[in-house]
Design a protein around this ligand. Structure first.
Ligand code: NAD
Ligand code: USQ
Length: 406
């Protein structure tokens, strides 16, 4: 297949582009490198040393003989460029990762809120509009989030894959309907993903676009077989208070001997998936697109659920690192149940990488190896959901660095 990977320089996009290229697809990355600029703005760097996009692509060619194209284009602001690219390259499919994806960053201030909405909503809409205007039959695979469902809306009932069966009371009796699962976003970022869903429903109905929306959980891990081939291909690893996701943060904190930063009680239950499974899921979704006229296909792209406190205890047991229970900078339920249906990917052959298989490897090969690159002043999450919420002091001064005892 001829595939455009929008956001292909990012944490999920880069290993996906390599995975699809290794599988024989013709891949072009489209990315405006905004994520690298946000690193500069925040004064942080990936824990792993990531190379420039040009060096990455050249290294991939040198190591494997495979070629990946690259176009620097802002999906949200350069509609004409996007349309021209679609018409010229005539892709069979577009994988859409190109959004501002950090919930804490999206809540920092009004500038970041507006940027996140403008970037994510306009980018997705430009893509949908551009495909219609191109007149081409291009399938879309979009990376959405489990956060569109919210946490705790349906108690302990399993979250279905996108659609919910409901009984609607009418004067002549109840009728059964399937509706998009109610949206319950927990941040401005998550809100943009719920808006994406409505745009997908409209364009599938009105224009017959073939769209798959992957409701992905929190991605952990770093390397895939392709990114591990050469250090120039290494994937990014965010650990800072805005972009670092919880399990990768704990892994890195353990490597530094920094107390594990549990927000609140740690009773928050979330869904997780390893990056190796992300890339496989995208490949599976590309191979099973919906038909024209179908509503958007929704897959829950998750493999395990854990409470945040449970993860901290696991990492603490493995490494001897202390746990710090901090004031929660977010507005979220302090405890929630989460049960998720993920039958569709399992039925299509996904074999999940579990925490028990990948955690030690990740702690040693990434956390410990690159710990010296960390800036400990960037660890505590400073972005609060509403003004006046408490954040925590830096913890490193209180606890000397200890060695990891995996
Ligand atoms: P990332 O920030 O590492 O990558 C996103 C990439 O998109 C970056 O390289 C960025 O430069 C690019 N981009 C952003 N806006 C763009 C624009 N307007 N034009 C062109 N390029 C643009 O994020 P990620 O972790 O790789 O996430 C990718 C997608 O997967 C996101 O949509 C995110 O919502 C979703 N997702 C991620 C996770 C996770 O845990 N990382 C979990 C669930 C869903
Ligand atoms: N948390 C801690 N300590 C930390 C960091 C986070 O306790 O040091 C807690 C948070 O308060 C939250 C949970 O861990 O309760 C998850 O936080 P996170 O930053 O790992 O994940 P989240 O903000 O939900 O966002 C990430 C990705 C986002 C994706 C989402 C999937 O950044 O792009 O959409 O995971 S999901 O959570 O399923 O919606």
């Amino acid at each position: 297949m001829n595939i455009l990977v929008l956001g292909g320089d990012g944490f999920c996009g880069w290993p996906t582009a390599l995975h699809l290229s290794a599988a024989g697809h013709d891949v072009t990355i489209v990315d405006n490198l905004s994520r690298r600029r946000i690193d500069d703005e925040l004064g942080v760097e990936s824990l792993t040393p990531i190379r420039s996009i040009d060096e990455r692509i050249a290294a991939w060619h040198e190591v494997t003989g495979c070629s990946i194209g690259y176009v620097n284009l802002d999906l949200a602001r350069d509609y004409d460029g996007l349309l021209a690219l679609l018409v010229e390259s005539r892709p069979d499919a577009v994988v859409h990762f190109a959004e501002q994806r950090a919930a804490p960053y999206s809540m920092r201030d009004s500038r970041a809120k507006r940027y996140t909405v403008d970037n994510n909503v306009s980018g997705t809409h430009n893509l949908l509009c551009g495909i219609v205007e191109s007149g081409l039959d291009i399938a879309i695979v979009h990376l959405g989030t489990m956060g569109v469902y919210g946490y705790g809306w349906s108690g302990s009932a399993p979250i279905p894959e996108g659609y919910l069966s409901v009984q609607v009371a009418t004067p002549t009796g109840d009728v059964e309907r399937e509706i998009l699962h109610p949206a319950n976003p927990g941040s401005i970022y998550h809100m943009t993903k719920t808006l994406d869903q409505l745009m997908f429903a409209f364009y599938a109905k009105n224009d017959g676009l073939r769209i798959t929306d992957l409701h992905q959980g929190i991605v952990w891990g770093t390397q895939t077989p392709q990114t591990a081939l050469d250090e120039r291909l290494i994937n990014r690893f965010d650990y800072d208070g805005d972009y670092g996701t919880v399990l990768n943060r704990f892994i890195m904190q353990a490597a530094l001997g920094h107390p594990l930063t549990v927000h609140g009680t740690g009773g928050q239950t979330r869904a997780f998936i390893h990056i190796r499974d992300t890339v496989r899921c995208v490949e599976i979704a590309l191979a099973h697109p919906p038909e024209r006229g179908d509503r958007p296909a929704v897959f829950n792209q998750v493999t395990e659920t854990y409470r945040v406190g449970e993860l901290a205890e696991l990492v603490s047991r493995l490494t001897g690192t202390k746990i710090a229970y901090l004031p929660n900078p977010r507005k979220e339920a302090s405890v929630n149940e989460l049960s998720v249906t993920n039958d569709r990917f399992l039925a299509l052959g996904l074999e999940p990488t579990t925490l028990s298989q990948g955690l030690v490897e990740e702690t040693l090969e990434i956390g410990q190896k690159y710990a010296s690159r960390a800036d400990v002043t960037k660890i505590i999450a400073r972005s609060v959901w509403t003004a006046g919420m408490e954040t925590s002091p830096d913890l490193m001064e209180q606890t000397p660095t200890t060695s990891v005892v995996v």
